[in-house]
Design a protein. Structure first.
Length: 281
């Protein structure tokens, strides 16, 4: 099984055109995708009294808790020159909320093919819509927290014209996350342990990314290692726009290249494995 996966990985670099198939599926079957996304979002809150209001209540309460925790209890100091703010809670949330978009998407998409095995083996439809729907719904739900955060920091004076670049950055970030989701959802079909290992992987990735600490706090040797983490470029991109109020074109170029590479590998790997899903599931 491992040899088969490695063979597929070798073929991914030779078939860049296949990466466009999931994009075309999303466009051509957008109504089916919308149905999947709607079902996923409503399914998370089915049977609750507040229903979809929880999509606003949960992030609002979490933001309030973090503001209280880091403003009253843990008064960690950061400098405006380094981070763009002297409030650690602002620095933390500007990285943590984009992180939630990724972690929630991967958690939902990793086992989505296994959870829908009955549908996949009985009904013919573009299977790539399943991980795509998980990422779409996660971005919608977790994105509400991001919007509430933007409203909050705009009200206290952080709004700047550089914020107009945020939708573009989120769009690029979406394809980065989607590429990983495609790869992990396909890999999970063959190696079921991936689903159980994901929590550990995400925890390690979280602490390997300067989200709860500025990179300058690390020794120089560790800073060189951390700089290999692709997520660092995205966190710097968000914070440059939100807090530093500057557009770093070098960072945006790196982000674009990383997203293109990640989406290419993930989507091609998924499409090459697609024909084997029915046999394994």
């Amino acid at each position: 099984m491992v040899l088969k996966i490695l063979t597929v990985l070798k073929k991914t670099v030779k078939l860049p055109g296949i990466m466009m198939i999931p994009v075309r599926s999303v466009i051509n079957y957008r109504h089916l995708l919308q149905s999947f996304v709607s079902k996923d979002i409503q399914g998370r809150f089915v049977g609750t009294l507040a229903g979809l209001l929880w999509t606003f209540i949960n992030p609002f309460v979490n933001i309030v808790i973090y503001i209280f925790l880091f403003s009253v209890v843990l008064r960690i100091q950061v400098t405006t020159a380094e981070t763009g703010t002297d409030q650690f809670v602002i620095y933390f949330l500007s990285g943590f909320l984009p992180w939630l978009l990724l972690s929630e998407s991967l958690s939902r998409s990793a086992g989505i093919l296994l959870d829908n095995a009955n549908i996949i083996t009985k009904v013919f439809f573009p299977i790539e819509l399943l991980p795509a729907s998980a990422v779409f719904s996660s971005f919608i739900i977790s994105g509400i927290g991001m919007v509430l955060f933007l409203i909050y920091i705009a009200c206290i004076g952080y709004f700047h014209i550089t914020w107009l670049m945020i939708p573009l950055l989120i769009f690029i970030y979406f394809f980065f996350v989607l590429g990983i989701a495609f790869f992990m959802s396909a890999l999970c079909v063959f190696i079921r342990d991936i689903r159980e290992m994901l929590a550990i992987f995400l925890m390690l990735w979280f602490y390997a990314t300067p989200i709860i600490y500025p990179a300058s706090m690390l020794p120089d040797s560790l800073q060189d290692i951390i700089s290999l983490n692709p997520l660092v470029f995205f966190m710097n991109g968000f914070r440059n726009l939100l807090l530093m109020h500057r557009v770093n074109w070098d960072t945006l170029t790196c982000i674009l290249l990383i997203s293109f590479f990640t989406f290419s590998i993930g989507s091609v790997f998924f499409m090459k494995c697609k024909d084997s899903f029915g046999d394994v599931l």
